[in-house]
Design a protein around this ligand. Sequence first.
Ligand SMILES: NC(=O)c1ccc[n+]([C@@H]2O[C@H](COP(=O)([O-])OP(=O)(O)OC[C@H]3O[C@@H](n4cnc5c(N)ncnc54)[C@H](OP(=O)(O)O)[C@@H]3O)[C@@H](O)[C@H]2O)c1
Length: 317
Amino acid sequence: MSKQLHQPWHILGAGAIGCLWAHNMQQWQLPVTLLARTQEEHRQMQVKGIQVTAGKVTHISRPASIFPSMSGGTITNLLICTKTYATLGAIKAWRKRLHPQVNIVLLQNGMGTAQSLQSLLPKANIYCATTTDGAWRKGLWQVVRAGTGSTQIGAFSAHLSPQNPPPPIAQLISLSVGEIDTLALHWHQDIITPMWHKLAVNSVINALTAVYQVKNGDLIYHQQGRLRLEQLCIETEDVMSRCHITPIPQGLLQKALRVLQQTADNQSSMLQDCLAERPTEIDAINGFIIQQGAIMHLPCAAHKQICQDLRQQYPNA
Ligand SMILES: NC(=O)c1ccc[n+]([C@@H]2O[C@H](COP(=O)([O-])OP(=O)(O)OC[C@H]3O[C@@H](n4cnc5c(N)ncnc54)[C@H](OP(=O)(O)O)[C@@H]3O)[C@@H](O)[C@H]2O)c1
């Protein structure tokens, strides 16, 4: 593919996933710019660069960065990988720089942020992405790639065609094809389904592991935790069914138990966030299920209880 055709991308949220993408985009020779909060953050990004470790190999790349009051062009392609709770606050600082029909790829766990973003930016072309990649932050702009997965991207905005990606996203997908150790990106014509399926699993596992402070595998044999897991599965499947979401083929409980077995030694990111007294994405996970349930007049008592327990135990959650 000719270099002149390469589309510039901006990235909001230079954390684990944001740095991983920035690094890959640089490897694909795409112009990529990180959005810093402040001039000082921008200065530090330029000095340090970003460091991505995969296996025994560490790569340093130096993407461009800008801060809100710095002069510069319009943002036409934007990848957002802030945590869900930080997204609206973060985007407001850049609102004036966004092209009215900016292409936004929102790569997050949880749901509900895309709807809020669309209300804020009615003409924006919003795409959602869900990933099985894993990465964690070792330090500031230092990221370790923990697992190689794949990323599904699809259209969210009602005014977009779900059939085909627009050129900037098609380009990302084509650049990812056939490369080893790079991101594996795929277009999905019905992105809401895989997003809901991931949300469903997260909604029955994450908060429980945090409340009982157990590794994923231990939840399977936790007497009280297991009962609550089963109740959460019933409620979540009920909400999904009323929202006309394609069911998870083997059923949510079987799927969740399989995930818990496969990740038995892992501490969920929600448990890690709670232990570190950081906020969590629970509003975009269990909170979203409760909100959708309320629209359908479903009480979602187990989801409400787990949210309440989490917040009681971890005030920052
Ligand atoms: N990491 C994974 O393996 C993984 C896998 C699948 C899905 N996800 C999902 O992907 C999303 C991102 O996760 P992550 O692990 O990459 O999170 P993360 O490491 O916490 O990264 C989020 C980044 O956003 C930055 N940020 C927050 N507010 C900002 C603002 N106003 N302006 C600019 N930057 C701002 C944060 O900076 P500060 O830290 O300085 O606040 C942080 O660098 C989440 O929804 C997560 O659930 C992650």
